[in-house]
Design a protein around this ligand. Structure first.
Ligand code: DX5
Ligand code: ZN
Length: 213
């Protein structure tokens, strides 16, 4: 299991220190939640702050867009050379075109599915994707409870993924902890995002190690 701590639960007054600390504690990616106050009822950070994060991060960035006007935000974040940019399929009229654009910028494209969005919605996009991010909470906030019926969706997605593009990773985001990580591994999750579980733990290293199963 690859681990992508979400800095949404970090101390924003000490963001550089927290980003360094999760990298030193052995995470695989730094998950950055970008919210615009329109697609989701919350606002987070833009390219100015993420530039500072990128300077201190020793692990690649995994940027999760929760915005309207995805293409505009891709242009804003592309110069920071993240490993992944993921966008919500519910908010994109031309997902295939945007996937091509992200790839042309040298970034791995990923699509995010809200809890109500079926696995099959990415069937004809899978061959062009590097990752599918399955939301296991409604996007917008950290610290929410895991929605269990997402497990069934991941099983379906894994079947599609295995037959169409086995190299495409399956990532999960929301309510992940040491309590459900084994279940997630068993249904086929490759990458887990965890915010509150990691940052509320006494030891970042122990929290990350507990998820690396
Ligand atoms: C929610 C964000 C998540 C969030 C996860 O919209 O996409 O990345 O930070 O937080 P936890 O792990 O606390 O559910
Ligand atoms: Zn996220």
């Amino acid at each position: 299991m690859l681990i992508a701590p979400s800095i949404l639960s970090a101390d924003f007054g000490n963001l550089a220190a927290d980003v360094k600390a999760i990298c030193e504690a052995g995470c695989d990616f730094v998950h950055v939640d970008v919210m615009d106050g329109h697609f989701v009822p919350n606002l987070t950070i833009g390219p100015v702050v993420v530039t500072s994060i990128a300077k201190v991060a020793t692990k690649p960035l995994d940027i999760h867009l929760m915005v309207q006007n995805n293409s505009f935000f891709v242009d804003l974040f592309a110069p920071l050379k993240p490993e992944y940019i993921s966008f919500h399929i519910e908010e994109e009229k031309h997902p295939h075109r945007l996937i091509q654009k992200i790839r042309s910028l040298g970034i791995k494209p990923a699509i995010v599915l809200n809890p109500h969005t079926p696995a099959e919605s990415v069937e004809y996009l899978l061959e062009d994707l590097d990752m599918v991010l399955v939301m296991s909470v409604n996007p917008g906030f950290g610290g929410q409870s895991f929605i269990p019926n997402v497990l069934e969706k991941i099983k379906r997605l894994k079947r599609l993924r295995d037959s169409i593009n086995p190299k495409c990773l399956i990532e999960i985001d929301g309510g992940v902890s040491d309590k459900n990580i084994k279940l997630l591994k068993d249904v086929g999750v490759d990458v887990c995002v965890a915010g509150s579980y990691v940052f509320k733990h006494d030891s970042l290293k122990t929290a990350i190690d507990n998820l690396k199963i």
